[in-house]
Design a protein around this ligand. Structure first.
Ligand SMILES: Cc1cc2nc3c(=O)[nH]c(=O)nc-3n(C[C@H](O)[C@H](O)[C@H](O)COP(=O)(O)O)c2cc1C
Length: 334
């Protein structure tokens, strides 16, 4: 029996699971596979070299799925910022109606999308930022806990408390992000008041994910011990796969006097990270991964993964319901 939540109703999807924006990974093939399987696939705008390339990616996705999909726009701290406005306009003009925003100062972008009648899911890592985005008029929040791949913020609050705080503080629907890879995670998130989940790392390791098979195999062979935080001392913390390059960055940050971004620029270059996925060499550069590495044991198609998540969530929810017994029976046991 399908689960119906505020998220499934808001987005018109069957399963309350979103595939979050993923640099170099969130491309049409994966996005369409997620949407075809019942979730919300999301194209990562900045993976495309220009707003025009994003237009092409959106058109390509439309040829692969008839179901809703979204576009992620990530606002990064940058000296030469990308043409965010151009990407946003291109997506809206191409008819995209669902956006995931993430990063610093999303107010103007949210205002633009809302003026065009779009649905905005804003991803953030603190209740303070969530409430601010709520005031800006977003439709849903994606609450990214300490467990997540990529940027967990600087406050180190795990998903359990963050989601319980979201339940206390937020008026609009929210979804749980970070640390979720299966139906048990989905059921737990729903129990904490979320309307669904956002997953990243789990989708990297699917048949339709565009990354090299060696990296998928590496994910399957890894455990929850295999990530590390870089950029802690630069106050731009990122959870990445714990390879030699990441450990070099951490060592530079920990040396007496620390490190400036200039000192690690070459090690952390985005192009090196991209080559990890192309060449299939997990040591070539920095790549994002969450502690759900420990939960990932195979490389299913998105359809298999969604079928399994739905089944597991249903079993977990039924199991919880079975814990309830008539009070007369519980007392009789005492
Ligand atoms: C390879 C990879 C790249 C990512 N790139 C982005 C990005 O460009 N923008 C963004 O908002 N989030 C990005 N994320 C974060 C995901 O959208 C999601 O919030 C996160 O993966 C959730 O944690 P999980 O990996 O435990 O599921 C990335 C995650 C991964 C694994």
């Amino acid at each position: 029996m399908p689960l119906e939540t505020k998220l499934t109703k808001l987005l018109g999807i069957r399963v309350p699971v979103v595939q979050g924006g993923m640099q170099w990974v969130g491309v049409p093939k994966l996005v369409a596979a997620v949407s075809n399987a019942g979730g919300l696939g999301v194209i990562t705008a900045l993976t495309q070299p220009s707003p025009d390339a994003l237009r092409k990616a959106i058109r390509e996705t439309r040829t692969l799925t008839k179901y809703p999909f979204g576009v992620n726009i990530t606002l990064l701290p940058s000296i030469n910022p990308p043409d965010y406005e151009g990407y946003a306009r291109a997506a809206v003009e191409e008819g995209v109606r669902i956006f995931e925003t993430a990063g610093n100062n999303p107010g103007p972008l949210i205002k633009y999308f809302k003026s065009k009648g779009c649905i905005v899911i804003h991803k953030c890592t603190t209740i303070r930022h969530a409430k601010s985005a709520e005031r800006h008029g977003v439709d849903c929040l994606s609450i990214d806990g300490f467990e997540c791949a990529g940027h967990p913020g600087e406050e180190d609050i795990g998903g359990l408390v963050l989601l319980a705080r979201a339940a206390q503080e937020l008026k609009i629907p929210y979804i749980a992000s970070g640390g979720i890879a299966d139906g048990r995670g989905l059921a737990s998130a729903l129990a904490l008041g979320a309307s669904g989940v956002n997953m990243g790392t789990r989708f990297m390791c699917t048949v339709e994910s565009p990354i090299h098979q060696n990296i998928k195999d590496k994910i399957v062979a890894s455990s929850e011990q295999d990530t590390v935080h870089i950029f802690r001392t630069l106050h731009n913390t990122a959870r990445v796969f714990k390879n030699g390059v990441a450990q070099q960055v951490v060592a530079l940050e920990r040396r007496p006097g620390g490190a400036k971004f200039e000192d690690v620029r070459e090690l952390v270059s985005g192009q090196r990270g991209r080559l990890v996925y192309e060449l299939g060499d997990p040591e070539h550069g920095i790549w994002s991964a969450g502690i759900v590495l420990g939960l990932i044991k195979d490389v299913p198609t998105c359809e298999e993964l969604f079928g399994r998540i739905e089944r597991e969530a249903e079993e977990a929810i039924d199991g919880l319901v079975r814990l309830r017994v008539p009070s007369s029976r519980a007392q009789a046991k005492l």
